[in-house]
Design a protein around this ligand. Sequence first.
Ligand code: AMP
Length: 423
Amino acid sequence: MSRFIDFKLNKQIINALDDLEFAKPTPIQKEVIPKVLAGNDVIGIAQTGTGKTAAFLIPIVRKLNYSQGEKPRCLIIVPTRELSIQVQEHFQNIAKYTDLKIVALYGGSGKSKQIEGLNGADVIVGTPGRVLELYTERHLYLKSIQYMVIDEADMMLDMGFLPQVNRLLEIIPSKKRQNLLFSATMSPNAKKLTEDFLEYPFIVRLDSDNKIPVKIDQIVYYTSNFKTKVNLLESLLTKKDFEKVVIFLRIKGDANNLFKFIQRKIDSEAAIIHGNKEQNTRLNAIKKFKEGSSKILIATDIASRGMDVDHVSHVINFDVPSNADKYVHRIGRTGRVFSVGQAITFCNPAEKYFLKKIEDQINSKIKALPIPSDVDIPETPLEEKKNYDRLIDFQKQKENPDYKGAFHKKKKKSPKNSKKKFK
Ligand code: AMP
């Protein structure tokens, strides 16, 4: 089926999809929509950027049809507040010509407005903690749930939400409940959860777990030190035609420092999101970036999970993420659905180890480009160099426990001498 009307959706949904300019279903939607409409449990293995949210929302809107009063009939569990809000917005767009009501529940923000919103809500989308909290306080009725979705299951487990998810599964009657689970990857824990949660599910898998959407052009620059990364970034951001760029870093402190640097030297409108930022600051940052008043967004991995922003032209990995899942997730912010994008990774000597592992897992070699001639490449400071050597030794030792390590050897030979030198 290559058109939405082939799914026998009603006019309200077709008109809303027209408004959204969704011309045809994406591959995951083609698979998932008919299965959900037919009443099956479904597991979808797909990253964000594939259209997976609409893949479950469209049939749910169709099945709920119109509002039936007080009790919620659908519960969607997501790992982060940003995702709650995003799924809520997506639902509202698809259900705009119906009277269905959705409420988003998430922590880090006052409860009273959310409790008010529960009145007459047909669909609840929320993080497990806040949903349980409102249930325990008797603000939320869950026995009426007929459709339950666990979205970004792998992330949910990484964040330690399994006890809360299990508790919710105990509370909500499993009889006649239709269950859907989406996950970017299928870890052993996610698999266990699917066994507890779904009954005879259909499994829809979009290519291999770590398949990169072909539309993303991937590039790596090998940089000898931190300062070169900064110079390279400055050169790229000032020269290249960046429509919208997300810059990823592993560590909050580094993200903060880079943010200040970019604000000062490159773009005073740049925005930042990471776990320590207040809820409102994070939402504002995403809003500014979505609307286009910020062209640069600096983000850490957790804060960006599931973030859905259209037309991100570039993702820059200021550092190499520690595993392939994170890499796929980061670069999946660009090239979303039917658009194209470029992912640029900066890799220092100690990060080559991770990059190699990522290349092995995604089964492709990332194209290396020479550092542009205008970029200043300063000497690596001694401390930084030592740090890389130490990390490289550590990596080699991990691979081969017999490896003694060049760095440690040197250090053992003349500990006293080296002390003297620094006096
Ligand atoms: P998701 O993978 O659910 O995060 O969706 C990624 C983006 O794709 C969102 O911005 C959706 O609005 C968009 N999208 C979903 N389905 C379609 C479609 N059939 N055609 C075009 N865009 C879509």
